[in-house]
Ligand binder design. Structure first.
Ligand SMILES: [Mn+2]
Length: 298
C-alpha cells in the first residue's frame, strides 16, 4: 500500500504560502502519505518552495483538475480544444515540478452540468486531443488519471466501463482511471464489480461518502469497496476527498454543489477518515484471509 492521501480542500481552498504550509503540516501530522492539490497557478505559487516542503515532510503529491468550458477538449471549436491541451500541459508540468507522478480529475471534457448528450464527434475530438497530452505526460514521467464522475458533472465518462473504452481509444500506456466512490455510488451498477472489472487500468482512487462528509455516515457500502480493493491487490494510494461549505472554493464548490456544512472541524474529520480507511482495508484483508483458510481437523 503506497498509503493514504488527503485532498487539500479538507484544509483550505486558498493557495497562499501560509495556507499551503498549514495544509502540508496538518497532512503530515495526521499521518497522511500524500496530499492532493487542485491545480495551482505557478504564477501565484512558489512551486520550488512547495516541492521542497513536500520533500522535507516526505509527502507525495497528486494534482487534480477539471477542465473549464473554455478548455473543453471535446469542443467543436478548435481554439477551445487547443486551449484545453495547453491547460493539460501546464498541469502536467506542475505535477512534475512538484515531484509528483499523478495528474487526476476531469481531463477529457469540461467539468460541469452539460445541457446536451455527448456526440461521437465530441468523443473523437477529445480522444485525439488527449493523445497529445498523454504523450507530453509520458516524457514528464506523469500518468494521466481520468476521473469518472457523475452525470451532473460531465456527460462523457460517467462509468468505469466508459473510461476503459476511452483509454483503449487513446491507446497510451500512461493513461489510467481515477475512480471515486462518491461518483461510483451514483452511476455504477455495482461499485465492487466495477472496481474488479477495471482493475488493470485503475491509477488513482478517491474515497468519499455519498454526501461528501464523514466516512461511514452516508449510504456508501464501504465494506464492499475495501473488499474489492483488496481483491484486486490495490497497492497504490487511496485519497480522502471531502467538502463542506466551511471551506469554499468559488469554482469547485459551486460545480460540485457544496451547500451544507457537513463538518467544521477539519482535523477531527481527517483523523477519522484516515482511521476509517486504515481499519476498513485491514478488515477486508482479514476477511480475505479467512475465506481462503480451510480449517481442517489435525
Ligand atoms: Mn473525486
Amino acid at each position: 500500500m503506497a498509503g493514504i492521501g488527503v485532498h487539500s480542500y479538507v484544509w483550505s481552498a486558498g493557495s497562499s504560502k501560509d495556507e499551503l504550509e498549514k495544509a502540508l503540516v496538518n497532512s503530515h501530522e495526521l499521518g497522511f502519505d500524500l496530499i492532493e492539490f487542485s491545480y495551482l497557478d505557478p504564477a501565484a505559487v512558489d512551486v520550488q518552495w512547495l516541492a521542497g516542503r513536500l520533500k522535507a515532510l516526505k509527502l507525495d503529491v497528486a494534482i487534480s483538475m477539471g477542465l473549464p468550458p473554455a478548455g473543453d477538449i471535446s469542443s467543436d471549436d478548435p481554439a477551445i480544444v487547443k486551449n484545453g491541451v495547453e491547460i493539460l500541459h501546464k498541469a502536467i508540468a506542475l505535477t512534475r515540478d512538484l515531484g509528483g507522478t499523478k495528474l487526476a480529475g476531469i481531463l477529457s471534457s469540461a467539468h460541469g452540468k452539460q445541457e446536451t448528450a455527448l456526440t461521437r464527434k465530441a468523443w473523437d475530438t477529445s480522444v485525439s486531443a488527449f493523445k497529445k497530452a498523454a504523450e507530453t505526460a509520458k516524457f514528464a514521467g506523469v500518468t494521466m488519471n481520468l476521473e469518472v464522475v457523475n452525470r451532473f458533472e460531465s456527460n462523457m465518462l460517467n462509468t468505469a466501463a466508459q473510461g476503459l473504452a476511452y483509454i483503449a481509444d487513446v491507446g497510451a500506456p500512461n493513461v489510467f482511471l481515477h475512480l471515486d466512490t462518491f461518483h461510483m455510488n451514483i452511476e455504477e451498477a455495482d461499485v465492487g464489480l466495477a472496481i474488479r472489472h477495471a482493475a488493470d487500468k485503475i491509477g488513482y482512487v478517491h474515497i468519499g461518502e455519498s454526501h461528501r462528509g464523514y466516512l461511514g455516515t452516508g449510504n456508501i457500502d464501504f465494506a464492499a469497496i475495501f473488499d474489492a480493493l483488496v481483491a484486486i491487490g490495490w497497492q497504490d494510494y487511496v485519497t480522502f476527498e471531502s467538502f463542506s461549505s466551511a471551506i469554499v472554493d468559488r469554482d469547485l464548490s459551486l460545480k460540485t454543489g457544496i451547500w451544507r456544512d457537513l463538518w467544521t472541524d477539519n482535523v477531527a474529520l481527517a483523523r477519522h477518515a484516515r482511521a476509517f480507511i486504515t481499519l476498513g482495508l485491514e478488515t477486508a484483508r482479514l476477511k480475505a484471509e479467512l475465506t481462503r483458510k480451510a480449517h481442517l481437523p489435525a
